[in-house]
Design a protein around this ligand. Structure first.
Ligand code: HEC
Length: 195
């Protein structure tokens, strides 16, 4: 114990503590992480370097958007006919299917009643990307990735996409509570077939 005797730092209530230095490897991690944090902060957060969080995010998004575009360049979206989509809007079986998918996949952004949340209200007659059922089909299939509307053409089979469009058409004029204000152009809804 003799080697510690000259190192006594302090004692409280008879408990004495030695001034033992931290091991070198631990100090290296400590100083290393401090230096890293300062460089990281300067480079990313204070933008001394080229790449900020935002530019990095945008770079990723650009790659992603061009891959979506490249996919649809080689796999054109062919919507069903308007007649088919409109017939679905008065077909209870199709509507059940469309509603189930909508609740699962679309309601987090468009609201449970499609009244609009992050995404626009889909129950009014105003459309950003066209309100004809075939246009709505194309919008859903390709998405508007730059504006936060995912592209669903690869994730949802065409038949279910059609059911979604029919379901959305059936909600026209449903006037749900807490609806988001209209966005885009007013359009006259295509008439539904009588059953
Ligand atoms: C991650 C959020 C999100 C999800 C999930 C989402 N959307 Fe969207 N949607 C948006 C946003 C944001 C827009 C507005 C795009 C714009 O500003 O151009 C939009 C736009 C639309 C439009 C065009 C509306 C118009 O005015 O032209 C339709 C139709 C649509 N979504 C249907 C759907 C359907 C159907 C689903 C489910 C398969 C879905 N969306 C899932 C965010 C979402």
């Amino acid at each position: 114990m003799a080697q510690y005797e000259d190192k006594v730092l302090h004692g409280v209530d008879g408990i004495e503590e030695y001034d033992n230095p931290m091991p070198g490897w631990l100090m290296a991690i400590f100083w290393g992480s401090l230096v890293f944090a300062i460089l990281y902060l300067g480079y990313y957060a204070l933008a001394f370097g080229e790449r900020t969080y935002e530019s990095e995010y945008r770079g990723e998004m650009v790659t992603d958007l061009s891959s979506v575009q490249a996919y649809y360049d080689t796999h054109p979206v062919v919507p069903p006919t308007s007649d088919e989509l409109l017939a679905g809007a008065v077909n209870p079986e199709v509507l059940v299917k469309g509603k189930a998918r909508f609740t699962k996949t679309c309601s987090p952004c468009h609201g449970a009643a499609a009244q609009g949340l992050i995404g626009p209200n889909l129950t009014d007659t105003y459309w950003l990307h066209g309100g004809q059922v075939t246009q709505v089909f194309t919008t859903i299939a390709k998405g508007v990735p730059a504006k936060g509307m995912p592209s669903w053409g690869r994730a949802i089979p065409p038949e279910e996409l059609a059911a979604l469009v029919s379901f959305v058409r059936s909600l026209q004029g449903s006037n749900p509570p807490d609806a988001r204000p209209p966005q885009g152009q007013a359009e006259t809804p295509e008439p539904l077939p009588s059953r």
